[in-house]
Design a protein around this ligand. Structure first.
Ligand code: DX5
Ligand code: ZN
Length: 222
């Protein structure tokens, strides 16, 4: 599985958002992780379609939009129009998860499903063969800069072995509290798309991006 860094722009300086995106893209990040929060599914509010649309011209890298929003299907079409390539919805936020995944695919975006720390991997068992990526949250969603929750590592291991057993090469993304110190562990557990917010944008984003990529040790095949 190819290893990819997805810097979370939530931790960037919004005054120079386009520049921040350009910096990490230039340094080798292949995904740009974009956290959309609605103040309902999570306590905080971040930004939405107009901001995404505006930074779309900064790069042609994959826009990986993490919807921390109740019933995100309501915005799928608008997100596509704003420039999303991949739409990630929470299992906990979708009353009709199967329908929402189909809707995302019908709009020609990649579809991903996310689960909160306390949601078991078994909750998404029946959609594993329908999604392009699974996001294991390693903090409770809603804020950047939180501490990694260690028990989520076991969920990454469980999910990778379940995917292997099903013969699926689905991406596993991990999000929350990832640093240069713990990234080795999560890669080893089977995650291959790594989100990092404060660890990339707190300091020199280009140098931090390169430091993460060095830890990845290049692409590899399982
Ligand atoms: C948290 C968001 C994350 C966040 C990660 O709710 O989904 O993507 O930006 O930030 P760090 O890497 O600082 O924990
Ligand atoms: Zn996120």
């Amino acid at each position: 599985m190819k290893r990819i860094l997805a810097p979370s722009v939530l931790a960037a300086d919004f005054k120079n958002l386009g520049e921040a995106v350009e910096q990490v893209a230039k340094a080798g990040a292949e995904y740009i992780h974009i956290d959309v929060m609605d103040g309902m599914f999570v306590p905080s509010i971040s930004f939405g379609m107009p901001v995404i649309k505006s930074i779309r011209s900064s790069t042609d890298k994959v826009f990986d939009v993490h919807m921390m929003v109740e019933e995100p299907g309501r915005y799928a079409e608008d997100m596509k129009k704003a420039g999303a390539d991949l739409l990630c919805v929470h299992q906990e936020a979708c009353r009709h998860l199967d329908r929402t995944i189909q809707q995302i695919h019908s709009l020609d975006m990649k579809a991903a499903v996310a689960i909160n720390p306390a949601t078991p991997v078994s909750a998404i068992e029946l959609v594993l063969d329908q999604v392009d990526m699974v996001l294991i949250m390693s903090v409770n969603p809603g804020f950047g800069g939180q501490k990694f929750i260690p028990y989520t590592l076991e969920k990454v291991r469980q999910l990778r072995s379940r995917l292997d057993a099903l013969g699926l090469f689905t991406d596993i993304q991990i999000d929350g509290g990832i640093t240069l110190d713990n990234v080795g562990q999560v890669l080893k557990a089977g995650a291959n798309i790594i989100v990092a917010g404060s660890a990339v944008f707190g300091g020199d984003p280009e140098a931090n991006t390169r430091a993460f990529l060095e830890k990845f040790g290049g692409a590899f095949t399982r």
